[in-house]
Structures are given as C-alpha cells and as structure tokens.
Write a protein that binds this ligand. Structure first.
Ligand code: AP5
Length: 220
C-alpha cells in the first residue's frame, strides 16, 4: 500500500528525526523542503541564491518555489513510493498546491501527524542540534550523542556541522512563522478527519511507536 503522510509541527518538534526513522523502518521517502532548499543553497542554484537570505532570517521561502520542488521530486519517485512530507506544506497556499500535486499523480493524503510540543523546550532542542557533515545523520548535544564521541554512528565520519539558522533569534522567528502561517492549515486537514496528534515531548522511541501505531491502523 502506498502511503502519503505529512509530519507537522514547529521547528525542532522532531519532524526530521521521525521521518528518518520511517525511512529506515519502512523504506518510505522523506521529502523535506528544508533539506531540498539547503541542498540548493550549497549547490548555488538560482533557487538556492534566492532562498539563502530568507532561510537565514527564519522566514518562509515562496510557495511557488517549494511546491515546484515537491512536484519535481514526486515525479522522480514514481507513484509506487510511500512518502513523508517533512516541513511541507507550511501555508494555506501550499496545502492547496499539495492537493493538486497529489491528485494529478493519483495519490491521496492518508495522515497528517501533528507533533504537539512545548515551544519553550524547542529552543534548547534546536540550539543543541548538529549533524554529520558527510551523511547528514542528526544528533543533539544532550539527547542524541554519537555512540563513540566525535564519530558518526552511521558512516564513521569525524566531521560534524550546525545549521546557520539554528540560533535562538532565528528560531524565535521560525516559531512565529509557524504560529502565524502553518498552524492555521490544521483545520483544513481536521475537517477531513486525517489528523492524529502525537506527544512530541516524549522520548524519540516513544514518539516513533505512536506514529507506527497510526500507520498500522491503515493495515487493520
Ligand atoms: P526546515 O529544515 O523544515 O526546518 P524546521 O521546520 O524549522 O524544522 P527543523 O528541521 O528545525 O526541526 P524538526 O522538526 O525536523 O526537528 P528535528 O527532528 O531536527 O526549514 C528550514 C527553513 O527552510 C525554514 O525556516 C524556511 O526558511 C525554509 N523552508 C523549508 N520548508 C519550507 C516551506 N514548505 N515553505 C517555505 N519555506 C520553507 O529535531 C530537533 C532536535 O531535537 C534534534 O537534535 C533531535 O535529535 C532532537 N529531538 C527530536 N525529537 C526529540 C525528542 N522526542 N526528544 C528529545 N530530543 C528530540
């Protein structure tokens, strides 16, 4: 069965962490517009050049750009692959665009998983976050350290990096953007009866179990 899931939640809620678990456990594909935009910035493409300052300020990149990226990526994947939308949609216009993108490809949205979190704890999560510079595996100064200090668990690299937008000031702007533009799209999905709320403050494994239970409900 092909699944299409949205992981929704403010910055640091654990969308990327949980998406990677679903990729590992179910071979789903993670479509993170944040990752796509960061790749475009690194590659110096026209989209990357346009997006960089906006991302560094913690504001939202244009709806056309991100919806274009999602449509292109889905076309590369074909229609038999289950996908997790991570960080998309983030505005009412993106939610509307996603409906069109999915129906044009014979897909439908199965679940919107809302990670419910305490915003005050998120600044701590985000400012402590780092990742492997080689394979991208995510870590945290306190909650998820590499098993061997200074060595990536996945690829063995000793090179790590932090995101330029993971400072407290930018995080506050990102949260304000979430509250103003992203939270208001939840009722669209609630009206369709596809929203499941998960306690995002629980331990990573517990959050993962809760999401797994939601996915299993499709199989029964
Ligand atoms: P994006 O990359 O999507 O960032 P974000 O939404 O701010 O989300 P994060 O990646 O910061 O958090 P996350 O929820 O994935 O948390 P994570 O799992 O890493 O977007 C960046 C920018 O790109 C935006 O500001 C915007 O400019 C632009 N952009 C992207 N998409 C866009 C769109 N659709 N439209 C317009 N602009 C767009 O977890 C955080 C940390 O906490 C990690 O260290 C992790 O180990 C730890 N952690 C996770 N879960 C737990 C737990 N349960 N307990 C303890 N620690 C945990």
């Amino acid at each position: 069965m092909t699944l299409n899931i949205i992981l929704l939640g403010p910055p640091g809620a654990g969308k990327g962490t949980q998406a990677s678990r679903l990729v590992e456990e179910h071979g789903m594909v993670q479509l993170s517009t944040g990752d796509m935009l960061r790749a475009a910035v690194r590659a110096g493409t026209p989209i990357g050049l346009q997006a960089k300052a906006v991302m560094d300020a913690g504001e939202l990149v244009s709806d056309e750009i991100v919806s274009g990226l999602i449509g292109e990526r889905l076309d590369e994947l074909g229609n038999e692959t289950s996908v997790i939308f991570d960080g998309y949609p983030r505005t009412a216009a993106q939610a509307e665009a996603l409906d069109g993108i999915l129906s044009a490809r014979g897909r439908k949205l199965d679940h919107v998983v809302e990670l419910v979190v305490d915003e005050d704890a998120l600044v701590d999560r985000i400012t402590g976050r780092f990742s492997c510079a080689n394979c991208g595996e995510g870590y945290h100064d306190r909650y998820k350290l590499p098993k061997v200090e200074g060595t990536c668990d996945v690829c063995g690299s000793h090179d790590f990096k932090r995101r330029p937008d993971d400072n407290e000031e930018t995080v506050r702007t990102r949260m304000a953007e979430y509250r103003a533009k992203t939270e208001p799209i939840l009722p669209i999905y609630e009206a369709r009866g596809i929203v499941s709320k998960v306690d995002g403050m629980a331990a990573i494994d517990v959050v993962n179990d809760a999401i797994e239970a939601i996915l299993r409900s499709d199989a029964s």
